[in-house]
Design a protein around this ligand. Structure first.
Ligand code: ZN
Length: 293
C-alpha cells in the first residue's frame, strides 16, 4: 500500500486548480478517485473534497462543517441509512486525535481547487436533514489557528497545532475556576487530585461543548471538575453520564455535590452527540483506554 502523504504536497501551492478528480489523484493531492475522504482508518485522513454532494455540509471558508460518508443511496444520493464511525469517517476522526493536517479541495466552476491545510477540531453525530444519523467534522484552516495563537501571545513552547490545549487555556473562565475550587480540584470521576508546584491542578470540562455548532454555555450548570485524562476521554466521547449519574463507557458513578445543579439537558446533549458507541474497529483503542485510566 502506498504511503499516505500528510500536509503540503511538493510543488502544489494553495490555489492550484485541477480539471478533474483523476488529475487530483495523479498529483497526489487527493488519493481517492470517488470518495470525498482520502485516508485509512488506522492512520488518519490526509485530504477531503468538498463537492456540495451532501445536503448537510456547511462551508464558511475558514471553518467547514463536513459530513461523513456512507448510508446514501448510490443512485439518488439520498441518505437512506445511519452512518457509522468506520473506514473513512474513522480516518478523519483519527486525524483529530493524532493532530494531523488535512488538505481541503473545493469543487469550483473552474475545477478542483486546492485550498490549503485544515485541522479537525471536533467530531460529533447528529440527525441530518434526512433524519438518519450522520457524522459531522469541524475543520478549521490552519492559518486561522496560527493567527489565534499569536493573538493570545502564548510562548513558542506550545506547538502551533495544539489547538485543544490553547482553547482550554483561553476558556478557563470564572465559572470553571469556581467549579474546580468547589471540588477541591478532585476529579468527579476518579477522585484523583493532581498536586503540582504551586497548588493543585484540575480542568473545567464543559458537558455541552462551547463554540460552533454546539453553543454550550460557560456556566456552572454545564461544567464538571475533571482530571486531564477524564477530561480528554469525555471530550472525545469515550464515556458519558446518564441522568442518574451512572457512567456510560466507564464503570462507576459521577460524584456530584448536592448544591451543584447540572442542567440535565446538557448530559442528554453529550450522550446524543458526543458519546461514540464503539464498533469493532474502535475496540482496540477502547482496550488501550481501559489500561490508561
Ligand atoms: Zn479522573
Amino acid at each position: 500500500m502506498a504511503e499516505l502523504i500528510f500536509g503540503e504536497v511538493p510543488e502544489v501551492p494553495v490555489g492550484t486548480i485541477f480539471p478533474n478528480r483523476m488529475a487530483l489523484y495523479r498529483a497526489g493531492v487527493h488519493r481517492s478517485i470517488e470518495g470525498g475522504i482520502s485516508g485509512r482508518q488506522e492512520e488518519g485522513a490526509n485530504s477531503i473534497v468538498i463537492s456540495g454532494g451532501y445536503e448537510d455540509d456547511e462551508d464558511n471558508g475558514s471553518i467547514i462543517i463536513y459530513t461523513g460518508h456512507g448510508g446514501r443511496d448510490a443512485k439518488t444520493r439520498k441518505q437512506i441509512a445511519n452512518q457509522k464511525l468506520t473506514r473513512q469517517n474513522l480516518a478523519l476522526a483519527r486525524s483529530r486525535t493524532l493532530d494531523l493536517p488535512v488538505r481541503v479541495i473545493r469543487k469550483t466552476s473552474a475545477g478542483f481547487r486546492y485550498d490549503g491545510l485544515y485541522s479537525v477540531e471536533d467530531v460529533w453525530q447528529e440527525k441530518g436533514k434526512s433524519r438518519f444519523t450522520v457524522y459531522r467534522f469541524k475543520l478549521v484552516a490552519q492559518k486561522i489557528l496560527k493567527g489565534a495563537l499569536e493573538a493570545t501571545d502564548l510562548s513558542a513552547k506550545i506547538p502551533t497545532r495544539r489547538t485543544i490545549t490553547i482553547s482550554r487555556i483561553v476558556r478557563d473562565s470564572e465559572a470553571s475556576r469556581r467549579v474546580k475550587q468547589w471540588y477541591d480540584f478532585k476529579c468527579q470521576v476518579c477522585s484523583v487530585v493532581l498536586s503540582v508546584p504551586g497548588g493543585f491542578y484540575a480542568e473545567g470540562a464543559h458537558v455541552k461543548p462551547l463554540g460552533v455548532p454546539h453553543e454550550g454555555s460557560d456556566s456552572i450548570d454545564n461544567i464538571l471538575c475533571l482530571c486531564p485524562n477524564h477530561h480528554a476521554l469525555f471530550d472525545y466521547g469515550a464515556f458519558s453520564v446518564s441522568d442518574d449519574l451512572t457512567l456510560i463507557g466507564l464503570k462507576g458513578k459521577l460524584f456530584l455535590r448536592k448544591d451543584h445543579h447540572i442542567d440535565l439537558s446538557n448530559f442528554h446533549y453529550h450522550r446524543e452527540h458526543i458519546l461514540q458507541v464503539l464498533g469493532i474497529e474502535n475496540r482496540i483503542w477502547a482496550r488501550h483506554a481501559d489500561r490508561t485510566i
